[in-house]
Write a protein that binds this ligand. Structure first.
Ligand SMILES: [Zn+2]
Length: 421
């Protein structure tokens, strides 16, 4: 079937395939993790469940996993997570997992960070596989309606399976009808944390005769009768919907700030696909293509956003402009003059100065500068054991995954530009 909305997707058939990982389905959220270790898998399951319990919004799924990878996960086993968004299907892939949507393959293997995409509706065929595993062929007599099972891949078939309106199934159906997608917490979403607890895999009761499986002889995949082409886009390029929370700060005088910083020129290199990059990166931050094998040509170009700051409450601030961070940065003359945008740090601890620190963009670097704050600015660099207090007034270049603590609040720096050689 062709999925043209979040409701369609929530009612889709999900077919698990064999392999050594963990597959979970919580309402509209489908998660494939490249591990069967309960301790490793647990945080991924918890986030997927939380997103499902909040209605299964793709944007929340992606934000949460991005924050998780940059702050609390040292070694990811590789995973893929999918949830619907209002305008399409949100796909998040980290590591060697390959997700295929209507023939386009999405993998994090070539990317130093992760890959996130929004595939606009309609979406017809979706599959995913861990390294060394294959997505199941169409016609396989298993499906996962909810819960957590061992698996190496999954398939949302193009044919057969689920009618568009699952609640209208005939009463001969053995399986209980799925709840309407608006239900906040579907009954199948139980707090299952262990990978193998009560797997809800059951044979398809009313498999269409043309794809009825024959024991020991898997049928070849049913050819898709149409190929719907699409263009995938980065989630961060997609405008928020009204029912989604607003990630970017409201700027009183947007035109003023925008004009000051939007077209700042920097020296950089273009990848083969014409994405403008930091000359120091090994892989394109947009498409992930290897930049090493091409002869770098330094040219001037418009500086793209250098990443995002994600606050511990999920708020996201795009680094296309410098920011003043603090309890009440808005009255500062540098904000009034349009040189900086405010990034308010709301904290009950009374340890945040009015202007506590600032984030500057220098070339391709994001630089954190302590503003001689009373209680200090702390940073935790990736692969280091401790939080370190910055000397008053000192600077710190942020790298992917750097965490910053101001008062009792924590910020994480995420960039798709990846590690610097
Ligand atoms: Zn590129």
């Amino acid at each position: 079937m062709t999925h043209t909305s979040a409701d369609d997707w929530t009612a889709a058939t999900v077919v698990p395939g064999p392999g050594g990982g963990t597959l979970a389905r919580f309402g509209p959220v489908v998660l494939l993790v490249g591990s069967d270790d309960p301790e490793v898998v647990r945080p991924y399951l918890e986030h997927a469940e939380m997103v499902a319990a909040n209605g299964g919004q793709g944007r929340q799924l992606i934000r949460g996993f991005a924050l998780m990878l940059s702050t609390s996960i040292d070694q990811s086993p590789g995973f893929a997570a999918i949830a619907p968004h209002t305008t399409g299907l949100a796909v998040f892939v980290d590591g060697d997992v390959v997700v295929s949507v209507d023939g386009e393959e999405i993998s994090g293997a070539q990317s130093l960070a992760w890959v996130e995409r929004l595939i606009p509706w309609p979406v017809t065929s979706v599959s995913a596989a861990l390294p060394g595993a294959a997505a199941p062929a169409e016609g396989t007599a298993y499906r996962l309606d909810g819960g957590v099972v061992p698996a190496g891949g999954f398939l949302v078939p193009t044919t057969g399976g689920t009618p568009a309106e699952p609640v209208l199934r005939p009463s001969t159906q053995v399986r209980a009808p799925q709840p309407p997608p608006d239900v906040e917490a579907p009954p199948v979403v139980e707090p299952v944390v262990e990978p193998v607890v009560e797997p809800v895999v059951e044979p398809v009761v009313e498999a269409p005769p043309v794809v009825a499986p024959v024991a020991g002889r898997p049928l070849p995949p049913t050819p898709a009768d149409e190929h719907v082409s699409f263009q995938s886009v980065l989630m961060s390029d997609v405008e928020d919907d009204v029912d989604d929370f607003e990630p970017l700060p409201i700027v009183e005088d947007a035109a003023q700030v925008h004009d000051d910083h939007a077209h700042e020129q920097v020296r950089g290199v273009y990848c083969k696909n014409q994405h403008f990059n930091d000359p120091r990166v090994l892989f394109c931050g947009i498409c992930g293509i290897n930049m090493v094998q091409q002869t770098p040509v330094l040219v001037n170009g418009p500086r793209p956003p250098l990443g995002v700051i994600v606050l511990d409450d999920g708020a996201v601030f795009q680094l296309d402009t410098p920011y003043l961070l603090g309890r009440d940065p808005a009255p500062d003359e540098r904000i009034v003059a349009g040189e900086f945008r405010p990034l308010p740090i709301i904290d009950q601890s009374n340890q945040v100065s009015r202007v506590h620190a600032r984030l500057e963009l220098r070339g391709w670097d994001v630089v954190l500068v302590d503003n001689n704050s009373t209680n200090g600015t702390y940073v935790h660099l990736p692969k280091t054991p401790d939080w370190v207090r910055m000397p008053p007034g000192s600077e710190q270049v942020l790298v992917q995954g750097t965490r910053v603590r101001i008062g009792h609040r924590t910020l994480a720096f995420n960039t798709h530009a990846g590690a610097v050689s």
